[in-house]
Unconditional design. Structure first.
Length: 262
């Protein structure tokens, strides 16, 4: 598989770098040409942004773009740099208006309105193990969907369970046979945030807890759920920030990813 003739438009993942080194080893590619291919790597300088084209090689997934605080033009510049490099990538917290701009330029990208997430898939999905994304109530679905899509983009097989909060514990208990087959669980909950602790006592895998800014009065935009989760007595529970579905999905997918020899 030859590399792209223009090194500035092709980023390196492990497969591409291995191919480059193999071609040099076999005498198919001069050392000087290989050096030129690596000379502009690993960053694309865009003025206000430096796009990390090396992250695929280091972490197995491209840089993820936080769209919420960027202009549409800034999001587009970064997305186009990643697309030109042949990478699959996500843009998170993206409004419909900004997504429209990106979709016009990148028609193969998919936008998920509820999750506020844009996903362009250009490479085969890496092999990933099974995880579950579980949310306490229907109001938690935007964050849960962000987690599920992130994990899917990283190759995980995702089981999604909605509206299984502890106020109706039988709803959760009926799903235990399926939950016990996954490698990690993302538990998304607002209100008092009790779901992750309950799940932690029922499964033998890591539970990544996500507090959401859902609830009445004293919930304080997710602070009540966050404090509950941080105070969990279940030893297999870890916690990400309020509404951080992306971070939870990413971590869960890494937990479930098959280990490769060093």
């Amino acid at each position: 598989m030859p590399l792209h003739s223009n090194p500035s438009t092709k980023a390196m993942d492990k497969t591409a770098l291995k191919t480059l080194l193999t071609r040099v080893q076999q005498g198919q590619l001069p050392v000087e040409e290989a050096l030129e291919s690596l000379s502009v790597w690993p960053c694309a300088q865009l003025g206000e942004a430096r796009v990390d084209l090396h992250r695929c090689l280091r972490q197995g997934f491209a840089e993820v773009v936080l769209g919420e605080f960027k202009t549409a033009a800034q999001c587009l510049d970064i997305a186009q740099a990643l697309a030109k490099a042949g990478q699959s990538f996500l843009v998170t917290r993206l409004s419909q208006e900004k997504a429209h701009v990106l979709k016009e330029a990148l028609p193969k990208a998919h936008y998920y309105e509820r999750a506020r997430l844009l996903w362009l898939q250009q490479q085969p999905l890496p092999p990933g193990g099974p995880i579950a994304v579980v949310c306490a109530g229907t109001s938690d679905l935007p964050v849960a969907e962000e987690a599920a899509l992130t994990a899917q983009a990283m190759g995980a097989q995702v089981l999604q369970l909605c509206d299984v909060g502890v106020a109706g514990l039988h709803r959760l208990l009926s799903e235990l046979p399926r939950l016990r087959k996954v490698h990690a669980v993302v538990a998304v909950a607002g209100m008092e945030g009790a779901l992750p602790t309950v799940l932690g006592g029922l499964v033998e895998v890591p539970v990544v807890a996500v507090p959401t800014s859902v609830g009445y009065g004293i919930h304080q935009n997710g602070m009540a759920a966050l404090q509950t989760m941080l105070s969990s007595c279940a030893s297999n529970v870890s916690v990400v920030n309020i509404d951080n579905g992306f971070g939870a999905g990413f971590v869960a997918a890494l937990i479930a990813r098959p280990k490769t020899p060093a």
